[in-house]
Design a protein around this ligand. Structure first.
Ligand SMILES: *Cc1c(COP(=O)(O)O)cnc(C)c1O
Ligand code: SF4
Length: 537
């Protein structure tokens, strides 16, 4: 009975049976089942309990049933006094939340991390030191409306001002949400035209607002327009739609997108609670359509300013095949004051991730330069010292090691390298090339020499006064500064009137008041912001 032959036969049978039975992957978040044996679903707020599934799962239904006023929201959440204040403020940044997303909030927890991202608080209307309306100076880097050309080889293309829901800390709250300021075909055409005429653009980032909220036909026409430009190598979409409105990621959208490859997409998830079965399925669809996914998150006080939350977030993202790309320091934008953290918090988070979890799960921590310098990576110091042939490094545990560099290294031969012989021309980077090949010892921004010769380095910073006009920085409150030398006595002062001229001036019979470095007429810290007072910043 128990002969080796029989045992071998049994073993063979089991193997065959295992091969034939369909393998159920219970680890894949996109295949997760609920207690009823059907695909897992997130909680639904009780007011929508009777909505049929076909409607709930229809993105058009979700969009047209977004909630935006106090009366509606108080049926869903137990609101605090400060939330009531925030929701009643007349000039607040737009509130609109999909039923799916607001249902993820614990109605009784005022500190719920999803709630803090979408429900306004009274304190968001308060000014803070360094606050700016357009802190990344995007408007000034826009050759045509909605196109931000900051880097040599890539542009940010804002195709709409609309989003599926609105984040309280939005960096573009100056334009986002306002349906009367939307971009349409005419702007898209002007944007495409600029890209067509600018051959160094090889990468276009489609954002907004949120490009995936565009009507499907319009979205396709923008993407096709980009794909028809021969020098556009990659198209990237930055979208929070998979998070706010995962229903929108349907087969029709994925089929459309995959006709225009290479397309990459970055989503925007800030807290592990947002990683739901619905998001997992949306990401699964996108990755099956061949679209690599990344995540950009914002470091937000009271939401994700914690190493443990971040570790859980990035690991859950990797599980749904989303590569954490950036974690942004919160911008100096109006409305975001109470979300800001010290930069040390971001460094602590990176220290707590690098080495402690998969390298795939570690994003780059960046500060988007106030005044518009682009994203600047901020890193903990792992390099302890670097001397002749010896590099002293520390690892994530504090273990210190040295790397011996080679004593002999034959430098790369630029004269025979065909890549070096035909470098891609990059305006603004000429200086760096000069540094590397020894033609120059330093680089200076354009116009620097001339200003430096006048012995006024401070003026250099202010040659473009729009570049740096935060509230409070460098200003001494209640004291009006003497006029600036370089700007106060030349042609420049006329051209820069909007910044240089304060109360007084035209029509008041008084000479215009001048403001010193970094000064401008702004409410004092803690006071209501200009927007809240119906004024332009
Ligand atoms: C973020 C951004 C980009 C893309 O930057 P990457 O670091 O390549 O992701 C391009 N243009 C603008 C204006 C941006 O803000
Ligand atoms: S989705 Fe992006 S653009 Fe829209 S409100 Fe949020 S941060 Fe702003």
């Amino acid at each position: 009975m128990d002969s080796p032959e029989i045992r071998a036969l049994e073993a063979h049978r089991t193997t065959v049976a295992a091969d034939e039975a369909p393998f159920v992957n219970r680890r894949d978040p996109a295949r997760r089942l609920g207690p009823d044996g059907r695909p897992a679903v997130s909680r639904r707020a009780p007011i929508w309990a009777d909505v049929p599934d076909e409607k709930w799962n229809d993105w058009r239904w979700q969009l047209s049933h977004r909630v935006n006023d106090l009366a509606e929201i108080e049926q869903i959440l137990n609101l605090t006094d400060e939330e009531r204040e925030g929701l009643s403020a007349p000039d607040k940044f737009r509130v609109d939340i999909t039923p799916y997303f607001i249902s993820l909030i614990d109605p009784d927890d005022p500190d719920d991390p999803i709630r803090r991202q979408v429900i306004p608080l009274g304190r968001e209307l308060r000014a803070f030191t360094g606050m700016m309306e357009d802190s990344l100076a995007e408007d000034r880097h826009s050759p045509v409306p909605g196109l931000v050309h900051r880097y040599p080889d890539r542009v940010l293309m804002l195709v709409t001002t609309q989003c599926a829901s609105y984040c309280r800390y939005c960096t573009r709250s100056r334009i986002v949400g306002d349906p009367s300021q939307n971009f349409n075909r005419r702007e898209h055409e002007a944007q495409l035209d600029y890209i067509r005429r600018t051959p160094q653009i090889r990468d276009v980032l489609v954002s907004g607002g949120d490009g995936l909220t565009l009507a499907p036909k319009l979205l396709e026409s923008v993407i096709r327009g980009l794909r028809e430009i021969p020098h556009v190598e990659i198209i990237r979409i930055g979208s929070r739609v998979p998070v706010f409105l995962p229903q929108r990621i349907d087969d029709e959208l994925c089929d459309m997108l995959q006709r225009y490859h290479p397309i990459w997409l970055n989503i925007h998830v800030n807290h592990p609670n947002e990683v739901t079965p619905e998001l997992a399925r949306a990401c699964d669809r996108l990755t099956r359509a061949g679209i690599p996914l990344g995540n950009q998150s914002v470091l937000l006080a009271g939401v994700n300013d914690c190493v443990h939350i971040q570790r859980e977030l990035v690991q859950k993202l990797v599980e749904i095949r989303v590569r954490p790309y950036y974690i942004y320091q919160c911008d100096l934008v109006e409305g975001a004051g109470h979300f800001r953290t010290p930069v040390g918090k971001g460094l602590e988070i990176i220290e707590g991730l690098r080495g402690h979890t998969s390298g795939y799960a570690v994003p780059t921590y960046v500060v988007d330069a106030p005044g518009g310098g682009g994203k600047i990576p901020v890193m903990p110091n792992y390099l302890i010292s670097y001397s002749d042939h010896k590099v002293v490094l520390r690892n994530y545990e504090g273990f210190i090691t040295t790397y011996e560099e080679p004593l002999e290294y034959t430098p790369h031969d630029r004269s025979t390298c065909r890549y070096c012989q035909n470098p891609r021309p990059e305006p603004g980077q000429e200086g760096i090339t000069g540094l590397l090949d020894g033609r120059r010892m330093w680089i200076e921004p354009a116009g620097f020499e001339q200003l430096h010769a006048r012995g006024n380095v401070e003026t250099h910073r202010l040659q473009d006064p729009h570049k740096w006009v935060p509230y409070g920085v460098g200003a001494i409150e209640g004291r009006s500064a003497p006029p600036l030398e370089a700007l106060g006595s030349g042609e420049a002062s006329e051209a820069e009137e909007p910044v240089g001229a304060g109360p007084g001036g035209a029509g008041t019979g008084q000479p215009p008041r001048r403001y010193g470095p970094g000064e401008e007429p702004r409410p004092p810290e803690g006071a209501p912001t200009a927007t809240a007072n119906h004024e332009l910043l």
